[in-house]
Design a protein around this ligand. Structure first.
Ligand SMILES: Cc1cc2nc3c(=O)[nH]c(=O)nc-3n(C[C@H](O)[C@H](O)[C@H](O)COP(=O)(O)OP(=O)(O)OC[C@H]3O[C@@H](n4cnc5c(N)ncnc54)[C@H](O)[C@@H]3O)c2cc1C
Length: 404
């Protein structure tokens, strides 16, 4: 049996190199500037669209990879370049994941291309779940969706917060409660197409890291969308709500379905940061001389680097496993998606802190990238489910106990 292999195939290697070259040549040189400016890096997104990297076709090609690894490889390379800019470019894919997880094939065909637009007419998308009073506890969403039978429209009201591309996006995918008594089982996802009245950006947040990525509130005020904007369709929703009201198990909780699919990819981004920091610190440790020798000649430094490399590689293997399982339809029985995101996120935080230590004073100043990587890494223990929530998911999955 030679079926098992961790070797990437030719297609994967080619795409990986292409994205790496973009990250190295286009993203890295401007990473510091956009972090300082704390703005969406439109010229970089435009460049990504021009070369075909920010496009529906490219994302479709990545998701079509039969191993499921290609999108993870791409995310790692982009974040190796810069996580903030990578998120500015690929933030739209969160909304795409929401459409894929909950939409019918017709809805996917209609809405996904609109999340990207074309190089001449760029579009962005956003995925809005979190609210001021509902972060980890997504079952308590207050944003309401009410059906207006007379016009066959859904009317959305509420405030979403910390939304990547929020308000800036052309297309928003919004998770709202149709029947609050049913908690997360009473929720559904809605596409809010470009130009819809009643949706606007609230406060834009200033952040610790990933500062090239726009994060803002999204306010929905009697925002009316056509009936066809309900992802999955009304018939399916009504059947799901009826099952939930009867107390039967209902699959497909809107927000959760999206997060499960995207967690390994978020983990891959964290791996990219950890790898960048490991490489940089390694080179630095070979060059920097103290006490008449390179600092890497001290075990205190070399062993740190060994651990940084080992943990980064381990994180990547967990990411690959989860990406492969998700794509090939293997059921996550031990929270494998959560494992990958949790371990990669915490690894990135730890590795980047070690990198600062290895660079000493240079690690702490803004001209050197490691302090930025450390600031960037921290988000990976918070968004798409905090580390604590990932541990809950894993603990519940392996024990069958409803751990609180
Ligand atoms: C930069 C950025 C971008 C984001 N982008 C998006 C986006 O595009 N779309 C979107 O919908 N959301 C987005 N978010 C929101 C993000 O997903 C939430 O911040 C996250 O889910 C945590 O929610 P919270 O901040 O309300 O924390 P809380 O849920 O209030 O948690 C606070 C603390 O309590 C812990 N805690 C909570 N419950 C438990 C428990 N049961 N057991 C143990 N510990 C617990 C948490 O782990 C955490 O440490 C983004 C956030 C940021 C900062």
């Amino acid at each position: 049996m030679t079926d098992f292999s961790l070797e990437l195939n030719e297609d994967q290697l080619q795409v990986q190199k292409w994205v790496h070259d973009f990250a190295e040549g286009v993203i890295r040189p401007v990473a510091h500037e956009w972090d300082e400016r704390e703005e969406t890096p439109w010229p970089v997104i435009e460049e990504a669209a021009k070369v075909g990297l920010y496009s529906f076709d490219f994302i479709a090609t990545c998701f079509a990879d039969p191993t499921g690894l290609l999108m993870a490889l791409v995310n790692e390379e982009m974040s190796w370049g810069d996580a903030g800019i990578a998120l500015a470019i690929f933030g739209s894919t969160l909304a795409v994941a929401g459409i894929v997880a909950n939409g019918t094939p017709e809805q996917q065909a209609e809405w996904i291309p609109q999340c990207f637009g074309t190089p001449d007419d760029l579009k962005l998308a956003a995925f809005g779940v979190s609210e001021p009073d509902a972060g980890s506890d997504v079952s308590s969403l207050k944003t309401r969706a009410r059906y207006d039978q007379a016009t066959d429209e859904w009317v959305l009201n509420g405030t979403k917060t910390w939304i990547t591309n929020g308000g800036l996006a052309n297309t928003h995918v919004i998770v709202a409660s149709v029947d609050p008594e049913l908690g997360s089982r009473g929720q559904a996802s809605f596409v809010v197409p470009e130009g819809t009245p009643g949706i606007r950006q609230g406060q834009k947040f200033q952040k610790m890291g990933i500062r090239a990525s726009h994060t803002a509130e999204v306010v929905l005020d009697d925002c009316r969308v056509p009936g066809r904007c309900l992802l999955g369709g009304k018939e399916r929703l009504d059947a799901r709500l009826a099952r939930a009201r009867e107390g039967k198990r209902s699959a497909g909780q809107a927000a959760m379905a999206t997060f499960e699919a995207s967690r390994p990819l978020v983990g891959a981004q964290a791996v990219g940061i950890a790898r960048a920091a490991t490489e940089y610190a390694l080179e630095y440790a070979k060059q920097r001389r103290q006490f008449g020798r390179a600092i890497i000649e001290n075990q205190g430094i070399a062993f740190k680097l060994a651990d940084m490399r080992m943990r980064t590689d381990a994180a990547r293997l967990l990411v690959w496993r989860a990406a492969w399982m998700a794509h090939t339809g293997k059921e996550f029985t031990a929270g494998e998606g959560s494992q990958s995101k949790l371990f990669a996120g915490e690894t990135a935080v730890w590795v980047t802190e070690q990198a600062i230590q290895i660079l000493g004073g240079y690690g702490y100043i803004r001209e050197f990238p490691v302090e930025r990587w450390h600031r960037d890494s921290k988000i990976y223990t918070i968004f798409e489910g905090t580390s604590e929530i990932q541990r809950l998911i894993i603990a519940r999955a392996i024990s069958g106990v409803h751990v609180n």
